[in-house]
Design a protein around this ligand. Structure first.
Ligand code: ATP
Length: 248
């Protein structure tokens, strides 16, 4: 059976400020129903790749100068982030970006802004978010700025879920979180993938945890994919073990 391809990034080049070549021909695919990991060290180009897909590079003076990006076979190269949300693709940015002065629940509701269906449907989705993130239900009336880093990561993910995405681009979910929370967050990613059918492209420096939860991985080094394969194979690869899993 052929896997259905959702996202197809083909040989993209990204340049910042007209001169700094950061992505030097990156290709990857995200199949429907998969968790795909984009791995690599600091500055390898993971965030740039996600931002190229969701067309968020302009504000940083970045530009895709070569290659193509397709979602369900249609070029999304020129799509505004809001158009992409309509198509079912949403990005959860690194650093979470909550509205600090709004409550947790108000933050979640901002994620439903592109929805045209009624209040009842939105309430249903809020309930769904609370099923996956029970902590957010407990904290729903708290001001987001006063919640912990882990809770803010959950708010960011919950807000993304409110747009009923088919694919979530998740940037560095483990950043700054204690190991136990990282496990919890990845466990929720896995649940959303298995039970709700959400596909993920996640950028992670924490190769260890990402390769335990992902199905397929791409390793980026200096703006190029240097290796890719099923997560189980990458976990056993001697180079990956030595350079990325911290064991030789
Ligand atoms: P991190 O985990 O630190 O986010 P990353 O793999 O996501 O790393 P990117 O953030 O995509 O890497 O950065 C890739 C390269 O592009 C780095 O060398 C970085 O310095 C450079 N870069 C990122 N943003 C800009 C920008 N706005 N202008 C110029 N160079 C940039």
């Amino acid at each position: 059976v052929q896997e259905e391809t959702l996202l197809e990034v083909n040989n993209i080049e990204v340049i910042y400020n007209h001169v700094i070549l950061v992505l030097k021909g990156v290709s990857l695919t995200v199949p429907k129903g998969g968790i795909t990991a984009l791995l690599g060290g600091n500055g390898a180009g993971k965030t740039t790749t996600l931002k190229a897909v969701s067309n968020l590079l302009h504000s940083e003076r970045g530009e895709v100068t070569k290659g193509s990006i397709k979602y369900r076979g249609t070029s999304v190269h020129e799509s505004e982030p809001a158009d992409l949300v309509q198509k079912g693709v949403i990005q959860v940015m690194e650093g979470r970006h909550c509205f600090e002065h709004l409550t947790v629940e108000e933050n979640l509701l901002t994620g439903a802004y592109t929805r045209k269906d009624g209040k009842a449907a939105i309430q249903q989705d809020l309930d769904l978010v609370y099923t996956y993130f029970p902590r957010l239900k407990e904290r729903r009336r708290s001001q987001a700025g006063y919640t912990s880093g882990g809770e803010q990561q959950m708010v960011a993910m919950g807000r993304a879920l409110m747009s009923r995405p088919e694919t979530i681009l998740l940037d560095e979910p483990s950043m700054g979180l204690a190991p136990q929370l990282v496990e919890e967050i990845f466990g929720i990613v896995q649940d959303l993938n298995e039970k709700e059918g959400v596909s993920f492209l996640l950028a992670e420096q924490n190769t260890n945890v990402a390769l335990r939860f992902a199905h397929y991985g791409y390793i980026l080094e200096s703006g190029r994919v240097v290796m890719d394969g099923p997560a189980a194979e990458l976990r056993e690869n001697p180079d990956v073990k030595e350079f990325y899993l911290g064991m030789s």
